[in-house]
Design a protein around this ligand. Structure first.
Ligand code: PMP
Length: 281
C-alpha cells in the first residue's frame, strides 16, 4: 500500500519514523480517521476542522492548510485500490531529544495511510452487538483526538475478552461514550447522547446521526444518562466512522429492550445508509 510520510508518497514498507519521534516516545500527537465511500471522503471539512481543534488543544501548529490536506488526501485515495477506504492520518510534534518541554523549531511528523473500509458485517446489523460497561479511566481531555489511546485499547480489550464488541464508559455515574465510539440511549422515543464537552470526542458520525434524527423528527437530547437508567433503556447504540451506527442489544449480559435492534435504530440506520454517499459537506 502507498502511504504518505512528511512530504512524500511511498510504499508502506519504506516509510520509517525516527525512534526520537515524540509520537513514539510520548504519544505526543493527534489523529483523524476519515471514511471514504465510492472514493469520496465523508465530511472531509468536518474532519479537518476537528483536526484543527485537536492540534489547537495540544498547541501544535497545523502543518498544512485545508486545501493542502484535501489535495493530499485525494491523492492518497487515488493511490489506493478500494472504492471504500478508511483514511488514517496523524500529526506528531516531530523528532527531538527526549525532553517533556515542547521543542522549538521542529517540524511535525505527518503520516497518512488508507485501508480498505470493510462494510459492517450483516450479523452485527441484524443482531446488534454486545457491550459491557466499564469505568472510564481516561484523562480529562477526551475532546482531543489524541494518539495516546492506551486506556481505550485496554478497555476495548476487556470488552473483547468478554465476547463484547464495545466497552461503554461510565464516568461519575453517567455514560460518556464508547472506547472507540459515541454512544446513545433511547427512552420513550427520545434519543439521549452526552453533550459535547471534555469527556467525549465530538464524533463526526454523532453529528450526522443527530442531523438525521432531526430531519426525521425524532427528538434527541444532548444529556447524560446515568448507569442505573441505562439498564432500563429501550435501545442503546454506538456510532463511529468505521462502524457507522450499530445497536447494542446485550449490555452486561442482559438484553437491551427486546434484545434485538430497535425501531429507532432501524429507521436511523436506513437513513444513514441512504444519505451517507451524499453527505460530504
Ligand atoms: N469517541 C471515541 C473515543 C472514538 O475513538 C471515536 C472514533 N474514533 C468516536 C467517539 C467516534 O468518532 P467519529 O464518529 O468521528 O468516528
Amino acid at each position: 500500500a502507498t502511504v504518505f510520510l512528511n512530504d512524500t508518497f511511498l510504499p508502506a514498507e519504506q516509510a520509517k519514523v525516527s525512534v526520537y519521534d515524540r509520537g513514539f516516545l510520548f504519544g505526543d500527537g493527534v489523529y483523524e480517521v476519515i471514511p471514504v465511500y465510492g472514493r469520496q471522503p465523508f465530511r472531509l471539512k468536518a474532519h479537518l476542522s476537528r483536526l484543527q481543534s485537536s492540534l489547537d488543544g495540544i498547541h501544535l501548529t497545523n502543518p498544512f492548510d485545508d486545501e493542502r490536506w484535501t489535495q493530499l488526501i485525494t491523492q492518497l485515495i487515488e493511490q489506493n485500490d478500494s472504492d471504500n477506504q478508511a483514511v488514517y492520518l496523524q500529526v506528531t510534534r516531530g523528532v527531538a531529544p527526549r525532553e517533556h518541554v515542547f521543542p522549538e523549531g521542529v517540524k511535525p511528523t505527518v503520516f497518512m495511510m488508507s485501508n480498505p473500509l470493510n462494510s459492517v458485517p450483516e450479523s452485527y446489523k441484524e443482531q446488534g452487538i454486545k457491550a459491557i460497561t466499564v469505568d472510564d479511566i481516561r484523562w480529562q481531555r477526551c475532546d482531543i483526538k489524541a494518539i495516546t489511546l492506551l486506556p481505550n485499547t485496554m478497555l476495548r480489550q476487556q470488552a473483547h475478552e468478554k465476547g463484547a464488541g464495545e466497552a461503554i464508559l461510565i464516568r461519575d455515574g453517567v455514560m460518556t461514550e464508547g472506547s472507540a465510539s459515541n454512544s446513545y440511549a433511547v427512552f420513550d422515543g427520545v434519543i439521549y447522547t452526552a453533550a459535547k464537552d471534555n469527556t467525549v470526542l465530538p464524533g463526526i458520525t454523532r453529528d450526522f446521526v443527530l442531523e438525521l434524527a432531526a430531519k426525521a423528527n425524532i427528538p434527541y437530547k444532548e444529556e447524560s444518562v446515568t448507569a442505573d437508567r441505562l439498564t432500563q433503556a429501550d435501545e442503546i447504540w454506538i456510532s463511529s466512522s468505521t462502524r457507522e451506527l450499530l445497536a447494542v442489544t446485550t449490555l452486561d449480559d442482559k438484553p437491551v429492550g427486546h434484545g434485538i435492534p430497535g425501531p429507532l435504530w432501524q429507521k436511523l440506520d436506513a437513513l444513514y445508509q441512504r444519505d451517507k454517499l451524499e453527505a460530504n459537506q
